[in-house]
Design a protein around this ligand. Structure first.
Ligand code: 9UX
Length: 72
């Protein structure tokens, strides 16, 4: 089953940053959708937890210079 989570994102300064975070998260296997709210500095992500973990999403986001604050 898909799960939907909301995570804080740090390091974003403009709309292009937000677009880049969305793009990298959407590229991960097991992610159905990803939507960044720049003003709120959050990522809403719908994914299959049997395929991808929050830690893997965090690592993908860190690779492009931002961070995802996960609590697990
Ligand atoms: Mo915007 Mo983000 O000009 O790394 S793309 S600041």
């Amino acid at each position: 089953d898909m799960t939907k989570k909301l995570y804080p994102v740090t390091g974003m300064h403009c709309a292009a940053c937000a677009g880049n975070v969305e793009k990298i998260v959407r590229k991960q296997e097991g992610v159905e959708n990803a939507s960044v709210n720049l003003a709120a500095a959050t990522l809403a992500v719908t994914y299959n937890p049997d395929i991808v973990s929050p830690q893997q999403l965090k690592e993908a986001v860190m690779k492009i210079g931002f961070d995802l604050i996960i609590d697990e």
